[in-house]
Design a protein around this ligand. Structure first.
Ligand code: ADP
Length: 489
């Protein structure tokens, strides 16, 4: 099958979050089972790295409202795979300090940038004669592609049989803009109605993808059910409900070339499930040193790598951190985000210098070392479409402590005598999103860590031996692609 995957970020080209890992992990896994995959990305300033520079393969002129915008198409390969990567090079839009945001503010022309990019994806496919069987768009940045395909491009011979699949990675980011931005798309006004692209008088790019694609997927089965309810749907729950069986949840995988404790170059000692005891002990001691903490094997290290936002449960952690420190625990945190949480972390570190190690910023290597060197990983999210970090921590033998939502619910099996006995238990979950429920869950984990090493080791083993690979998810995406193709008349 020929699959064209359009995304606004992909590892290692440019990344702000999980979407980047999914775009490259899925592309590689699809290519590995014989599909012809082309990944299309914006040529941001950040993609200009040694070994990733693309060669010029074409030029396109894209109508954007009244303007005609020229761009170059560069071609390269996703490292470690046969996936072709096309980079849409338009410096006015993409040669900037950030991907979507600079100094805390969204770029004011984000609608224009990504409507341009969406049309450029389709024009590049036509010009390079790619004839994709499926175009797989992701999140609001490429949400208008299914609308452009269904209402315009499918009338052309290149795209007559092309189906679209749209994946939602986070309902909280919808790409909502004033109605007049719709004119930039060049689409017919008939589509600007409440069932398709319009949302309370505004243009909603996520809704465009939801309404106009053959199949909508999201990144875990539980999140697929949750977003049909008002608490998680951010106003689009009715639009999602109407999709019925065309809304499908597929849990993301782990890119085992990037996240594999047996070969991870960021770790001081690599390990497998058979050498996890020595491996983690070495990684833990090194992490304690790196974060300026006392090197104490008996202290339980709780790790966190996250955007510092309410979504990720930072409020719960902040309100109960001092209580957590009554036990012999250390807290190791890497993240950036809301200023109030960055300030809180700095203050916490000053207040508890022997308990807290915190780095504000984005640091791939340290993220790996925290996953490996922590004893348990904190992820008490308010909502979590899939979540990658809990899967990385499971694969690295670091039981996660999570809220029972979205992909966390689908990947973490709560520790209990029964789940330890039947070989499924791999972490700790709490159901009520309250600070007390979170703290109780931490206490349960501390209790098992300190008093039942046999059970703790079972948790580690169960997490490390389950198949988290993209191969499993990719097989499900192939079924979805075939399903989508069967819906194109
Ligand atoms: P989300 O996409 O909602 O931010 P995920 O858990 O799905 O959350 O994915 C987050 C990804 O970003 C993971 O690969 C994680 O390791 C990485 N990440 C988040 N914050 C940082 C950071 N400060 N430094 C390095 N990597 C980070």
């Amino acid at each position: 099958m020929r699959v064209l995957l359009a995304a606004s970020e992909a590892t290692p080209f440019a990344k702000t979050g999980g979407l980047a890992d999914v775009a490259s992990g899925l592309s590689k896994a699809l290519a590995a089972i014989g599909h012809e995959v082309t990944l299309v990305l914006p040529h941001y300033r950040q993609v200009i790295k040694p070994g990733l520079i693309g060669e010029l393969v074409g030029k396109v002129t894209i109508p954007v409202g009244e303007k005609r915008v020229e761009a170059e198409i560069r071609s390269t390969t996703l490292p470690g795979s046969t996936v072709r990567v096309l980079l849409i090079d338009q410096p006015d839009y993409f040669d900037r300090a950030g991907l979507y945001v600079e100094k805390g503010h969204d770029y004011t022309d984000n609608a224009e940038r990504f409507i341009f990019f969406s049309r450029a994806v389709l024009e590049a496919a036509r010009q390079l004669d790619l004839q994709p069987d499926v175009i797989h768009a992701n999140d609001w940045q490429t949400g208008i592609i299914p609308a452009m395909l269904a209402s315009e491009y499918r009338l052309q011979p290149w795209f007559q049989k092309t189906a679209s699949v749209f994946t939602i990675h986070n309902m909280a980011f919808q790409g909502r803009y004033p109605w007049w931005e719709y004119k930039l798309s060049g689409l017919r006004w008939e589509l600007f109605n409440w069932r398709q692209l319009e949302f309370y008088g505004e243009l909603n790019l996520l809704k465009a993808g939801i309404a106009m694609s053959e199949i909508v997927t999201t990144v875990s089965p539980t999140y697929a059910r949750e977003i049909c309810r008002p608490e998680f749907g951010y106003g689009l729950d009715p639009a999602l409900q109407t999709r019925g069986d065309a809304l499908i949840g597929i849990l993301n995988g782990v890119d085992t070339t990037e996240w594999n404790s047996a070969i991870d170059p960021a770790l001081p000692l690599r390990y497998t499930v058979d050498t996890v005891r020595e491996g983690k002990a070495a990684c833990k001691a090194a992490l304690q040193r790196e974060m300026g903490l006392p090197v104490k094997p008996e202290a339980m290290v709780l790790g966190l790598v996250s955007r510092l936002t309410d979504q990720k449960g930072l409020g719960l952690i902040a309100s109960r951190a001092a209580d957590m420190f009554r036990a012999d625990v250390q807290f190791v945190c890497l993240g950036s985000g809301e200023a109030r949480y960055e300030t809180w972390l700095q203050e916490l570190k000053t207040q508890f210098p022997n308990k807290v190690g915190a780095t504000i910023g984005f640091n791939e290597g340290l993220a790996h070392r925290i996953e490996a060197g922590s004893d348990a990983f904190l992820m008490p999210s308010q909502f979590e479409p899939c979540g990658l970090n809990q899967m990385y921590s499971l694969a690295y033998g670091t039981p996660p402590i999570v809220s029972n939502v979205g992909g966390l619910a689908d990947s973490v099996v709560d520790c209990s005598p029964e789940s330890i006995g039947n070989g499924t238990g791999n972490g700790f979950k709490f159901s009520q999103f309250t600070a007390d429920a979170f703290l109780n869950c931490v206490w349960r984990a501390v209790g098992v860590f300190q008093h039942d090493k046999a059970a703790w080791n079972r948790l580690i083993r169960n997490g490390m031996t389950r198949d988290w690979s993209w191969a499993r998810s990719a097989a499900e995406y192939v079924k979805v692609y075939n399903n989508a193709r069967s819906r194109v008349k």
